[in-house]
Ligand binder design. Sequence first.
Ligand code: ATP
Ligand code: MG
Length: 654
Amino acid sequence: MEKSIESVQSEGRSFAADPAFAARARVRSLAEYEALYARASQNPDEFWAERAGELAWERPWDAVCEGDFPPGPRWFVGGRLNATVSCLDRHLSTWRRNKAALIWEGEPGDARTLTYHELHREVCRAANALAALGVKTGDRVGIYLPMVPELAIAVLACARLGATHSVVFGGFSADALRDRMNDAGAVCVITADGGYRRGKVVPLKQAVDEALREKGGSPTVKKVLVVRRTGEAVAMSEGRDLWWHDLVARQSSSFAPVAVDSEHPLFILYTSGTTGKPKGVVHSTGGYLTHVAYSTQLVFDLRDEDTFFCTADIGWVTGHSYVIYGPLANGATTVMYEGAPDTPEPDRLWRIIDRLGVTVFYTAPTAIRAFMRWGDQWPARCSLASLRLLGTVGEPINPEAWMWYRRTIGKEHCPIVDTWWQTETGGILIAPLPGATPQKPGSCTRPLPGIHPEVVRRDGTPCVANEGGYLVVKRPWPSLLRTVWGDPARFEKSYFGEIKGVYFTGDGARCDGDGYFWVMGRVDDVINVAGHRLGTAEVESALVAHPWVAEAAVVGRPDELKGQALVAFVTLRGGRTPADGDAVMLAAHVVKEIGAIARPDEIRFSDALPKTRSGKIMRRLLKEIAACGHAEGDITTLEDLNVLAKLSMSSDEE
Ligand code: ATP
Ligand code: MG
């Protein structure tokens, strides 16, 4: 790959860790981080054994790590554990017994707090209920719930029983649910009569009924357990459907945890589908929990006084790892919010932060860009004084949004951890340690101790500093996915087929002279203009840096002369309508920021961009629209079909 064009706007800006923060942090200086990193590299088995040793094991492992990529390795071989013992039971014999484990707020304003003791009892009851329904260790259980406490309880109840959970985001359709239940072979689905979203009721039970009734249904699903959330009338099928409040409430509040093999599949989770058909990512128990517990502790510098608020839905991996497993394994207080961030008004999250005294806040760039669009008056109404650390995940964050986040939410003193990871990696792999690593806006900075990423060329040779290439991980770590459920061939081909001997992430990146990683977007999305490689993230950042632009997505369109022409889809701020000359002006702005090579050949204005339900821009659909006027690829995880229809229409008119 040729040298990538560096994004001018963020180069050179670096924020040292806040001294007051560093003084109390787990890792207090770059030198300390580097020493830890070196130790983990020199003696990985010892390092990972120490990390795993922080969990509760029923039987210790015989070997830390056996085998290599692919399809292995296996971790903590021969060890047996139950994930809920580390997340719940072991806290009960400490002062944390009556500490808030979960603080929940519903969209209508109702609230519920569960202490470790209470959460443990609820999880045991739910595990007994599942057992009463015939669910056994090794079975798969589908979970299709709104963000209510029962969602966390259901996940942990499955884990207690050794049943593999597969959570399907509550915003998905009946068809998407059916596909996933059938792919996983779920024996039971846990759902609710509905959930609240922007004041409306999302009829989840109705979708389950449709999934089980139409298009062949889900023959493996025998039971449906229904949480009453909204009180809306729902159809209950005799013999198949049961109410949670009937069944769970009358169960015993103790349930002996089923110790499973370290490699036992804790869960299956389908990826968000930005690059194609979602993959059923399978995670192990011992390895997964080891890495999420460790990364939560290190990256969020978690301490007992913290109130940790990760805004991700548990339907995504971020919710699994950093709403449930990571915080609970650390005995932390985790916050769960049911609804939309702008209900009743766009200050909802800031009010939650003030009300609960949230100290660590973790969200996604797409949300941050929405906050910016809604205006500074909303956070300005709140104090936000309890915050000490901010985080982001999901997409490259453009430096503009990073700076806004730091200034407006972090009041210039909260470090920002830009965390790079994937559903497949189970937990965070590249991120600053907030008390140690100076942050550069737009860079996820450096790898966690024990993690060995590299940017390489197609032939696997390492790139030089700032040369754009493929982001890979050279050495195994415990929480890598074990397989793609039911499709081991896709597992090997997707992650190990392209470049031999390493884990291939599918992302394009560069590494600067300080060893900082800059994720440039998906490899498939990298654009080649007249022999120059351009990362979508770089051109988009330049566009978003313009005060009028709220969001931008850049794709390549086949071009005879240049190889690829650059097409930018742009959403303007504050509902501004595009005027003549805006496109020319914005193109000139990109040239000024990056150079003539990055001048968009076409700029299209749109009210909204097509996104996945997790809020990521689906560039592959835009690429199809730019090339042939409409999108043909998999759209099952698209958030809003209307956006696509509008974009296709506007290109038909040309
Ligand atoms: P699919 O694999 O089905 O296309 P997906 O990759 O969007 O879906 P996830 O596993 O949720 O599903 O997302 C992981 C991807 O998100 C990463 O590969 C990367 O492209 C992007 N990403 C996540 N965090 C960051 C970050 N901090 N900086 C840049 N990119 C990020
Ligand atoms: Mg992916």
